[in-house]
Design a binder for this molecule. Structure first.
Ligand code: SF4
Length: 361
């Protein structure tokens, strides 16, 4: 039996593409990619009931169709793609053309491993301005080593016949001629094919988000060896840069624990004794950075917290904890109000101007 590898996101387009190929009696093996930048993985609307995002949606589609699925996480090598894309970015820091090349190269490897003959995707000509154009289709095919071997069943009739069509493995007459950004044809086809419950039709990639992109850019500009925790931290809290050091301040109680879990060797975690956010200083931090992180905590601490003035902030680095008393002069003994009342006698919350000057996003 002829085999094909299909990129399956769990969205409507890739689901339809798989169905059209299965209907031609071809054995389909699904391939699903996850990444730290996928909004679906971090909480699709079906997360609660199904356990998490596109990956589970893709699995569910695979189960429904009775086909095998392999999930590949875009690893740290993908960061190089985001850092230096050959074909540039979209409206955010999304390197869509290079990203597709990355995925298709992995698909090619899998295709060869399992003895499949071609790769299927749910792409539609003209649906995405950057990666779903005729010229970029050709670039992506060439750079991934899959020229003539990427079949796009939803829009195949607008494109040159692929090798599986030319050799008769796939019947071109049964492929479609969808194009453009509208989704009505896909929704109608889903009805005809009895495909329901397609929760993530347009996918979700944080790299296309302009605000999130600023955080990614800041990270890439300031850190050479990015870690998985660095990537996950991008999704938590308010991000600031002070003296070249990154300070992240949680936005709510739910993020407090998440942020503490993101601490890596050499990082510093500040945690108040009063209701307020946790701060994480990424990388080497001296008194000035710790003081600024504490001032940021005070800025975002609950205004109702009477205990703030008498409270403490625990400062933990590499397993060792010390304390700052909020009402006392900070870390530097020369600022003691008794010996030198001119210098900062208490820890002041960061003011608006300071916040705006330091804010990454
Ligand atoms: S939107 Fe994101 S996941 Fe999709 S091709 Fe672009 S960079 Fe890749």
């Amino acid at each position: 039996m002829v085999k094909a590898v299909a990129l399956l996101s769990g969205g409507l387009d890739s689901t339809l593409a798989v169905k059209l190929i299965l209907d031609q009696a071809i054995e389909v093996h699904a391939l699903n990619f996850t990444s730290a930048f996928c909004t679906c993985n971090s909480g699709g609307k079906h997360k609660e009931e199904k356990g998490g995002g596109c990956r589970s949606e893709a699995r569910e589609v695979a189960v429904k169709f009775g086909i095998p699925i392999k999930v590949i996480a875009k690893g740290l090598d993908y960061i190089d793609v985001v850092r230096n894309p050959r074909h540039g970015y979209g409206k955010g820091i999304n390197p869509c053309v290079d990203c597709r090349v990355y995925m298709f190269k992995r698909a090619k490897k899998y295709m060869e491993e399992i003895g499949a003959s071609f790769v299927v995707t749910g792409e539609v000509l003209g649906q995405r301005p950057m990666s779903q154009r005729r010229d970029t289709f050709m670039t992506i095919e060439k750079e991934s080593g899959l020229t003539g071997l990427i079949l796009r069943p939803l829009c195949a009739k607008h494109l040159e016949p692929t090798i599986p069509e030319k050799t008769g493995i796939v019947d071109r007459q049964r492929l479609l001629d969808m194009a453009g950004r509208g989704r009505r044809p896909q929704i109608e086809l889903a009805g005809e094919l009895n495909i329901e419950d397609y929760p993530c039709p347009s996918g979700g990639c944080l790299l296309t988000d302009k605000i999130f992109s600023k955080k990614v850019r800041d990270l890439l500009d300031n850190k050479k060896d990015v870690t998985a925790k660095d990537l996950h931290t991008l999704k938590i809290g308010r991000h600031f840069r002070y003296n070249g050091v990154k300070i992240v301040v949680s936005r709510n109680e739910g993020e407090n624990k998440g942020l503490k879990d993101m601490a890596q060797d050499g990082d510093t975690v500040l945690e108040p004794s009063f209701p307020g956010p946790v701060a994480l200083i990424s990388g080497p931090a001296y008194d000035g950075e710790v003081e600024m992180a504490a001032r940021l905590i005070l800025r975002y601490a609950s205004k109702k917290a009477d205990a703030v003035g008498q409270g403490t902030i625990a400062v933990t680095r590499d397993g060792k904890t010390s304390e700052i008393r909020v009402s006392d002069p900070l870390l530097n003994p020369v600022s003691n109000p008794v010996s030198n009342p001119v210098l900062n006698p208490v820890l002041n919350p960061a003011d608006d101007k300071t916040i705006e000057g330091l804010r990454v996003c």
